[in-house]
Design a binder for this molecule. Structure first.
Ligand SMILES: [Zn+2]
Length: 198
């Protein structure tokens, strides 16, 4: 069993204030946590700054594990595995924006909620995260892969420890076609047409 006093959690502030469900989980979980540096438009840089601060400030004070949780992560019962499981590199299985970009299983890695030991982070080179190239695709690739590859090159593989939800906006409509009487759509999938006059 991990000594929970050795875990320091950070929420990258670039993803906004902790959602209500994450706030409830943090209140019920005996680990120290704080917001990372404020950077509304550079989530990848914010992740790197949090790791730098953790290594230079928290590790000398006795912390051994960094737990990074995005503000829009929704913990459920299985998410508790991320604090109770032993290991140097753990992450919660997750789904990316609008359900795209799934990270699951022991050979993958996802950033939504992960825990890394100080020794793994010290051996990996700064920057830990690299922004993926801009793409014209709607589902932009994420920064998880850069971290996974750097860790893997040093012989560290992430293990999946539970799963975490990802708070997303969706839209419900009444629907006579559905047996439930309603249906759901992602906002980005809704079609729009210009209305002509006359
Ligand atoms: Zn990802």
């Amino acid at each position: 069993m991990i000594d929970l006093g050795t875990i320091q959690a950070y929420i990258p502030a670039g993803t906004g204030a902790a959602c209500r469900q994450l706030g409830l989980w943090l209140a019920a979980t005996p680990i120290k946590w704080a917001y990372g540096p404020l950077s509304a438009y550079d989530i990848v840089g914010t992740r790197n700054r949090i790791i730098r601060y953790f290594l230079s400030h928290d590790v000398p004070l006795g912390k051994e594990y960094l737990l990074m949780i995005d503000a829009n992560a929704v913990p459920i019962i299985q998410t508790n595995e991320i604090i109770s499981t032993e290991g140097d590199l753990l992450y919660c299985g997750m789904a990316g924006r609008e359900g795209r970009g799934i990270h699951t299983g022991d050979e993958d890695f996802g950033v939504k909620c992960f825990r890394a030991s100080a020794s793994v982070l010290q051996r990996m080179k700064d920057p830990w995260f690299i922004a993926p190239p801009e793409s014209s695709e709607a589902a932009r690739p994420c920064e998880c892969e850069s971290f996974r590859l750097r860790a893997y090159a040093l012989g560290f593989e992430a293990s999946m420890a539970g799963i975490v939800g990802h708070l997303q906006e969706c839209v419900v409509f009444p629907s006579v076609d559905s047996q439930f009487g309603w249906k759901i759509a992602w906002p980005s999938d809704l079609p729009y047409e210009r209305i002509q006059n006359g």
